[in-house]
Design a protein around this ligand. Structure first.
Ligand code: ZN
Length: 229
């Protein structure tokens, strides 16, 4: 058995990541959850992340133990290229000021655990789905319909203020969480948690990494866990 520290935005996400990591590695994992407040976003990860990383540092090497830090990208510059995307100019000033979340997490991990990732006490992976975990779910659910991560909507909800302002004076189309809710209903799955499990079960990592660069960045870190040490 392997063990996984997980710091994520939502306990349903944990269900997906556990299954996802088991798919990528072909091994079994038991979760050691380190959850932040649901929907807490970057400020709560900022608060909890140093605590988790310091725990890892002081515990030192623990056999068969790994960590995962997850944060949705939410229209920040995307790792590793940090390309400026067209839609950025239509976002609010506050949204335009966002910086790469992957780099932010990795830089903090390097400050606390050491600048060489290979010398960290236990191996970790940083997941920053573009624009959010629902994007990966849609691409897993139907890659013909949704094509790739760049062709997906960029907001969480059609009725959300951010989407409304962005599309004004037009009405926004369905956004990522709306589309996921529709597909979950199509599958007749009542609970979000069960939909997360469904997505993990149906994930084909080699297929998803071709249509989602953010998944590819995550996948390659997890593959490395069993190649070093
Ligand atoms: Zn970056």
């Amino acid at each position: 058995m392997n063990y996984l520290y997980i710091l994520s935005e939502d306990e349903n996400d944990d269900v997906f990541y556990k299954g996802c990591i088991e798919k990528i590695t072909g091994m079994q994992f038991e979760l050691i959850p380190r959850r932040i407040r649901k929907g807490g976003g970057i400020s709560h990860v900022r608060k909890h992340l140093p605590l988790l990383l310091r725990d890892i540092k002081y515990s030192g090497y623990v056999e068969n133990t790994f960590f995962l830090i997850e944060l949705d990208n939410d229209r920040s510059p995307t790792h590793p290229n940090h390309d400026i995307q067209q839609f950025v100019y239509k976002l609010s000033k506050r949204e335009q000021m966002k910086t790469c979340r992957y780099c932010e997490i990795e830089n903090l991990a390097k400050q606390i655990l050491g600048s060489d990732r290979n010398s960290w006490p236990i191996s970790g992976a940083i997941a920053v789905p573009v624009q959010m975990i629902e994007s990966w779910f849609l691409l897993i659910y139907d890659s013909k319909k949704y094509e790739n991560e760049k062709s997906l909507p960029i907001f969480a909800k059609q009725k959300g203020g951010l989407a409304k302002r962005y599309y004004a004076p037009n009405k926004p189309d369905k956004q990522l969480k709306d589309l996921c809710a529709d597909e979950r209903k199509n599958l007749q799955i009542n609970l979000k948690k069960d939909f997360c499990k469904y997505c993990a079960d149906n994930l084909i990592p080699d297929k998803l990494q071709i249509i989602s660069n953010s998944f590819s960045v995550f996948n390659s870190q997890v593959v490395d866990w069993f190649e070093q040490k």
